[in-house]
Design a protein around this ligand. Structure first.
Ligand code: ZN
Length: 219
């Protein structure tokens, strides 16, 4: 039935769904998760267990990445579930560049680098996402593939914003911004999935949304 709706109505309906109570509740949840997780990471008991703290911190990056992507696409099908897991893995894997730069598996070496490692350069986010978009376009890959650049965007950006509370954003080659305030980080993390959804509609990445069949993605 929804397929017969005029495009404008369809788009308005899709946008309304982006701001449905379920997705607003999910983004409030992600904000609450940030507060809780960061509180746990500050506990004295964890400060002497460097590896445990690092693993937990990295897990928080992963959970934020997967949660954000789940808000964007909604988890209705098995493939959505895999996508969400992939987004979480991407958001976590970024920190491996610390070890790459240190040339060692030593956590101490990885966390005391003289320069920030390459995947933490925020300038790469638009470059990587647009390059992936170009590759998908050149490869004529359609449907679910076209949401991949957005998934990459949300995984990388959520990670950078969270790291930004301590280090600021590294906008190479221009240098570092001031550290992001804690509440700005929580607010951006909670609103980014909605912003991403809206941008996906505006750029035509998502055109049709159907409550019956999940989200159909088309270029
Ligand atoms: Zn990081």
């Amino acid at each position: 039935m929804e397929e017969d709706l005029p495009p404008a109505t369809e788009k308005a309906q899709a946008l309304l769904q982006t701001f449905s109570s379920a997705s607003l509740l999910a983004s409030t949840g992600i904000g609450a998760f940030c507060l809780l997780a960061d509180h746990v990471l500050q506990l004295n008991a964890l400060q002497h267990h460097l590896w445990l703290r690092a693993v937990l911190d990295n897990t928080v990056h992963g959970v934020i990445g997967l949660w954000s992507w789940a808000i964007v696409i909604g988890v209705r099908k098995k493939s959505d579930f895999y996508e969400v897991i992939l987004a979480g893995i991407l958001a976590s894997l970024i920190d491996l560049d610390h070890f790459y730069m240190a040339g060692s598996l030593s956590l101490k070496a990885a966390t005391s680098l003289a320069h920030r490692p390459p995947l933490h350069c925020s300038t790469f986010i638009p470059i990587l996402c647009l390059s992936l978009r170009l590759v998908l376009w050149l490869g004529r890959l359609k449907d679910s593939w076209c949401s991949l650049p957005w998934m990459l965007f949300i995984s990388l950006a959520s990670h950078h914003i969270r790291d930004g509370v301590r280090h600021g954003l590294w906008v190479c080659p221009f240098g570092n911004t001031a550290p992001i305030s804690y509440w700005l980080y929580v607010s951006i993390t909670a609103t980014m999935p909605h912003l991403c959804s809206v941008l996906m509609y505006l750029t035509g990445t998502r055109e049709v949304i159907s409550t019956k069949h999940g989200i159909a993605i088309d270029v």
